[in-house]
Every structure is written in C-alpha cells, then in structure tokens.
Design a protein around this ligand. Structure first.
Ligand SMILES: Cc1c2[nH]c(c1CCC(=O)O)Cc1[nH]c(c(CCC(=O)O)c1C)Cc1[nH]c(c(CCC(=O)O)c1C)Cc1[nH]c(c(C)c1CCC(=O)O)C2
Length: 346
C-alpha cells in the first residue's frame, strides 16, 4: 500500500485521482535563475551532479516554486559511463562528449567493479533528499536505459542519425550485447543503491528507443529493460518503475506487457485516444504536453493541457511533459500550467 499522502505513488498504484499528480521532466534546470546561480557556485554541471548539498538544493528549487508532487534526483544519465571508466566532459553549450567506443575492442576499459566509488555522492544526494522533501512529495530516482546510455558511449556525443551505434548493434550483436550486459549490471546496482538511500520510484529514460528497427527495439530496448525491472523487483517486489521509451509508437503495448514496468511515460506524439483505449487499460500512464507549449504559453498551452486531462484523466494518470523542459521556458508559464491543472474541474 503506497503512502496515502503521496498522490504520485497512489496514481502509480492504479488509482484514478480527481486532480492528477504533476511533475515535469527536467524540472530542475537552466530555465530557473536560482538553478543557474547554484550551478555557478558548484563550478560545472558535473561538479553540481557530484555535490550532494548543491544537487539537493537544485532538486528542491522547483518544489519551492510549484509544489510538484514528485521530486526527481538531480544527476545525469551519463554518470554511469563515467563510473565505468569512460572519459566524460560537458562543454558549455555543446552537450556531452565521451571517448567513443565504436566496437567490442573498446569494451576492455569498462569495469563495473568500483562504480560506487564514483557514484557515492549521488546516493548521498538521494539520502539527503529523502529527509528534505515535503511529506506529500514522492522521491524519484532514475537512470538512462541501456540503449540510450550506449548511444552516447558509442557515438561519443549526441547524434542525429545514430549510424555508428546501429552499425555496431546490427553488425556485431554479440559484441554489442556485451556492452548492454555491462550496462544492465551497472544500472541495476546503481538503482538498488538509490532505492536503499530513499528513492520511492525509479524512472528509466529511453530517450533514443525510437531510432531502432522492430527487431532492434525488442532486443536492445525491451530485453534489457525487462532484465533491470526483474533484477530490481527480486530485491524490492513492490518498487514502482516508470519506463519512458520515447518514440516507441506502437511498441508501447509490448513494452508495457513484456518489461513489467508499473507505468509508461508518453512522448508528445502518441495519440491520446489510442492510449486511453489501449495502453492505460494496462496500467498508469504519464505525459505528455509538448514542452514547446510552455514557451508559447497562453490559450494554446491551456487548450492542449485540457485535451490531455480530458482524455487521460479518467484513468490512472500522472501529468508531465512529453520530453524535458527547455531552458527558454518562462518560469511564470510553469506556474500558470500547474495552477490550471490543479483548478481544472473537467
Ligand atoms: C539524454 C539525457 C541526458 N540526461 C538525461 C537524459 C534523458 C532525458 C532526456 O532525453 O532529456 C536525464 C536528466 N538530465 C538531468 C536530469 C535531472 C533531473 C531533472 O529532470 O530535473 C535528468 C533526469 C539534468 C541535466 N542534464 C543536463 C542539464 C543541463 C546542464 C547545464 O546546466 O548546462 C541538466 C539540468 C545536460 C545534458 N544531459 C544529457 C544531455 C544530452 C545534456 C546536454 C543537453 C542540455 O544541456 O540540455 C544526457
């Protein structure tokens, strides 16, 4: 039985609530002046991720403004490759840069032993947060799903066509499978530590699942996610887990049924009537306002929000965006959105 004061956990437990719980992907970030100030104090983005006091502070900042129903640990999905031994840097304005691993010969330098030495500060952040958040707020831990983390490890940076990783995965499935196995093991260990430190729910970010062939999606998205879910549930049978396979389209049904995730995160492109009639019958869903509406604001934002609430509000539902909030978002539009949802009577 989830804590009854935490609406986020109740929705994940299958309850339909009169007002859905709300949180937003990337709710801590550059659109908030107080985030930019704390990041400046930390030095760099990675320094911030590994500083428990300051990472805790930036996690709390959006809660103070908007009283979101869930807090998400402040960290990044790329701390895993770094903990495995791959060099990582975030260059200002350029995104992440890693030494690319283009084939199986590059796997030797990765090691799961000792990841907790690098990741210790992240667990400390979770533990501080579990003390610091309000009693009605749920604490979400997270990791990137193996395929998405592997895209950065193989491409060495963000990609437009994902040619290198698809060539590796399709051309040498056994070699690529070794990389995925390493990531399944490291991610399992990482998430178990987050739960031990106080995370009440886990979200797996599969941002780049949509670039794969059907066969690839089954093998490199569904299979590894299923393994991580089973590994976590072997220790914590009731742990709520949200999978967010962005761009999965019609795979969403198999993803939900085969991985065993509790809830499914929706990107902004998924047709909502289809979700209500098919996916939501299988369990809670979360989403899916296009983050660009938060920039336009006004009636366009509220009309689209109303459409989402009217279509998904009659089943177990958590309001969120279809992808992360962007740095250009005016903070007052977030406030307007949250007030609208909390005051909406259908
Ligand atoms: C693909 C991915 C990454 N990181 C993440 C994903 C999956 C979700 C998605 O698709 O957005 C997930 C993530 N990244 C961050 C969080 C923190 C929690 C939260 O949502 O508030 C979470 C959950 C902080 C961050 N991660 C990053 C920032 C911005 C860093 C800064 O302060 O300059 C933040 C707040 C940097 C980051 N991190 C990553 C990239 C490609 C970039 C550069 C692009 C950018 O700058 O927005 C990798």
């Amino acid at each position: 039985m989830p804590n009854m004061t935490k609406t986020f956990l109740r929705a994940l437990n299958g309850e339909t609530l009169p007002v859905p719980p709300i949180w937003l992907m990337r709710q801590a970030g550059r659109y908030l002046p107080e985030y930019r100030a704390t990041r400046g104090e930390a030095g760099s983005f990675l320094d911030l991720c590994y500083n428990p006091d300051l990472a805790c502070e930036v996690t709390l900042q959006p809660l103070r403004r908007y009283d979101f129903d869930a807090a998400i640990l402040f960290s990044d999905i790329l701390v895993i490759p770094q903990a495995l031994g791959q060099h990582l840097a975030f260059k200002q304005g350029e995104g992440p840069q890693l030494e690319a691993i283009r084939d199986a010969s590059g796997l030797g330098k990765l090691s799961v032993d000792g990841i907790h030495d690098t990741l210790g500060p992240v667990y400390e952040t979770v533990s501080k947060l579990s003390e610091a958040i309000p009693s009605h707020t749920a604490l979400i831990g997270f990791a990137g799903a193996p395929w998405t983390v592997a895209t950065y490890m193989v491409e060495g940076k963000g990609s437009k066509d994902f040619a290198n990783i698809r060539r590796f995965a399709y051309g040498d499935p056994d070699g690529f499978g070794q990389l995925i196995d390493i990531l399944v093991e490291a991610t399992t260990q990482y998430l178990l530590k987050q739960v031990e430190a106080g995370a009440e729910c886990i979200q797996l970010f599969e941002t780049w699942g949509g670039v794969l062939s059907e066969t690839g999606f089954k093998r490199w998205v569904i299979e590894p996610t299923k393994q991580i879910v089973a590994n976590l549930r072997a220790v914590h049978p009731d742990l709520p887990i949200i999978g967010f396979p962005r761009g999965a389209g019609l795979h969403l049904i198999d993803f939900k049924k085969q991985t065993g995730v509790t809830g499914v995160g929706l990107d902004s492109g998924v047709p909502l009537d289809w979700v209500a009639q098919n996916l939501q019958k299988l369990g809670p869903v979360q989403g899916n306002l296009d983050p660009m509406y938060l920039i336009t604001g006004g009636d366009a934002m509220l009309d689209e929000t109303k459409r989402i609430l009217d279509t998904l509000g009659n089943g177990p539902f958590i309001f969120n965006l279809g992808h992360g909030i962007t740095p250009e978002t005016p903070p007052e539009n977030v406030e307007k959105l949250v007030n609208f949802i909390r005051g909406y009577k259908g």
